[in-house]
Structures are given as C-alpha cells and as structure tokens.
Design a binder for this molecule. Sequence first.
Ligand SMILES: NC(=O)c1ccc[n+]([C@@H]2O[C@H](COP(=O)([O-])OP(=O)(O)OC[C@H]3O[C@@H](n4cnc5c(N)ncnc54)[C@H](O)[C@@H]3O)[C@@H](O)[C@H]2O)c1
Length: 303
Amino acid sequence: MTADPIPPGSDPRASVRQRVFVVGAGIMGSGVAAQCALAGYPVTLEDISEELARRGLANATRALEHAAQKGTIGAGEKEAALARIDVAIGLRRADAAQIVVEAAPEDLRLKREVFRDLEDATHPAALLASNTSSLPITSIAENLRDPGRVVGLHFFNPVLQMGLIELIPGHRTRPEIVERARAFGASLGKTIVTSRDTPGFVTTRALAVLLNEAVWMLYEGVATKEDIDTAYRLGFHHPMGPFELADLVGLDTALAILDVLWEGFHDPRYRACPLLRTMVAAKQLGRKTGEGFYIYPSREGRA
Ligand SMILES: NC(=O)c1ccc[n+]([C@@H]2O[C@H](COP(=O)([O-])OP(=O)(O)OC[C@H]3O[C@@H](n4cnc5c(N)ncnc54)[C@H](O)[C@@H]3O)[C@@H](O)[C@H]2O)c1
C-alpha cells in the first residue's frame, strides 16, 4: 500500500493532488470520474470487465465533450480532464487512492462485499465513500473492521450538470472523515447538504414517491405518460417529467430504491407499482438499455 494519509482538515485545494478511485463505471461512476478529473484529481475508473470500464470512459468522455460544446468548460479543460482518467479492472490499483467513491449497483449485499474488498485493497487512511442513493451507510459498513472511514456522498445525475451532493455520515463515521468528505465535495464545486443516515436520506425519499406516483397514475390509466410528463414539467417547473427522469435514472435503480424504502419503513407510500417491477423484469431499464418508458433508438441517446 503506497498512499500517504491525508492530514485531517486539510485545505480542499491541496486535496486536488489526491488520487480518486471510482468503483463501478456505469451512469454515475463515469460522471463522478469526469467531475473529479475536471477538478484536477487524477482518477482511476474501475469496473468488473475491460469492456465495462472502457464503456464508462467513453461515457465520461461524452459528458466532458458535451460540456465543452455547451461552453461550460473550455476545450483545454476538457482535454486536461480526459488525460487525468485511466481505467482498471478489479481493485488491485485501489491502494494508490486517498479517496474512493463506490458507484456499484444499488444492492446492499453487493455493496457490503465491495466495501469488504475495498477495506483490504486500500490504504487504511483512505476515505471510502458510497454513492448509494438510498441504502443506510451504517448497514453498508456493518461488517468492516473500521466502519469509521465510510461515508455517504450522494451525487446527482448528470453529475457534471447537477450542483448538489448529499453528505451522509453513518453512525460510526469519524468526524474527520465527514469533514474530509465535505471538503472533497466542495472542491468539486458542489453544494453540500447533510442528511441523517435513514433510508433514502432527503432527496431519494422525496423523488421515489414522486416517480412511483407517476407510474401508478399511468398504471391506473389516469393519463398518458406524455401528458403526465408535461403536467410535471409545466405544472411544477420540473426540468424533466417523471418518466423522462426514470429513464435517465434507470428503472432498476428506481425500483431498488423503492424496495429499500419499503424495507426500511414498511410504509405503503413506498409500495412500488407493479408496472415498474414488470418493466425491470423485461429489462426495459431506460436509456441504458435503449428502452424504458420511452425508446432510445441510437447509442447516442443512451446514458
Ligand atoms: N442512476 C442515477 O441517476 C443515480 C443517481 C444517484 C446515485 N445513484 C447510485 O449510484 C450507484 C450506481 O448507479 P448507476 O446508475 O451508475 O448504476 P449502473 O448500473 O449504471 O452502473 C453500475 C456499474 O457497476 C458495475 N459493477 C457491478 N458490480 C461491480 C463490482 N463488484 N465492482 C465494480 N463495479 C461493479 C456494473 O458493471 C456497472 O457498470 C447506485 O448505488 C445508485 O443508487 C444512481
């Protein structure tokens, strides 16, 4: 293990030289990698196969190119960010990182395994953050030797465009780790809100009900998906309708979140609509599979 420990309360700008290791190169991992590289961090983007890791890098590249086309970043910034990202398969190279962001699928068993492996693969002083949208951080870290180094850092999709990070200290997270996570989030230019460690935190709990209610309305034939999307957009000033958003988030992730909330609270507010479950079983997961509530014919349209 080669990484140096980071002094507590260190200047966030100094942290720019720290290496970030991102676990899971899907929708969120690729966005987090692009954002960290843009802020000056060297980043390793990891997945379970070379094909998946390369696909994540391609998505990160697309996100940075999109930002450059829109003029929110310069062409030079884009090139410099891309040069800071490399890819890996498995956790072998995680020992060089001071900050790890886990963005594997929303499955408690899987995340527990990933964190057990990370505990062995990383320097003991490295900060271990989970990008979970709903799972309690304390549960993810339950079987670790040192649960004090695990914290929730919930990014939003698309990462480059969204200005918020939800910070979730677990029950055992050390205050020094919480402050390092806060400084890291701020160094990415994000605004941080802090939530207690309960299922779904603040944002996911609110979003889950909003999306699920839209699916129930479609299921009951209250209105078409197009009209429900238009109603949310124009009626509430939402930038996207709930079905457009569900397709962006991924229907499997949306369903997993509702199931976590149901398990955590046993409140019928969080009972997933059967239509959502059927669509997930049919692998209509949204943009990432090319079909969800809407159809995305070309690879370009996918996340
Ligand atoms: N999709 C969203 O809008 C969104 C927003 C905020 C947070 N999140 C959270 O981020 C996390 C990732 O979600 P996503 O939408 O990017 O999912 P995704 O399905 O797009 O990507 C997950 C990636 O993790 C990889 N993976 C699976 N097992 C792995 C392992 N053992 N080690 C390393 N990689 C592994 C998969 O191959 C896949 O590439 C979830 O916890 C989710 O709840 C998602």
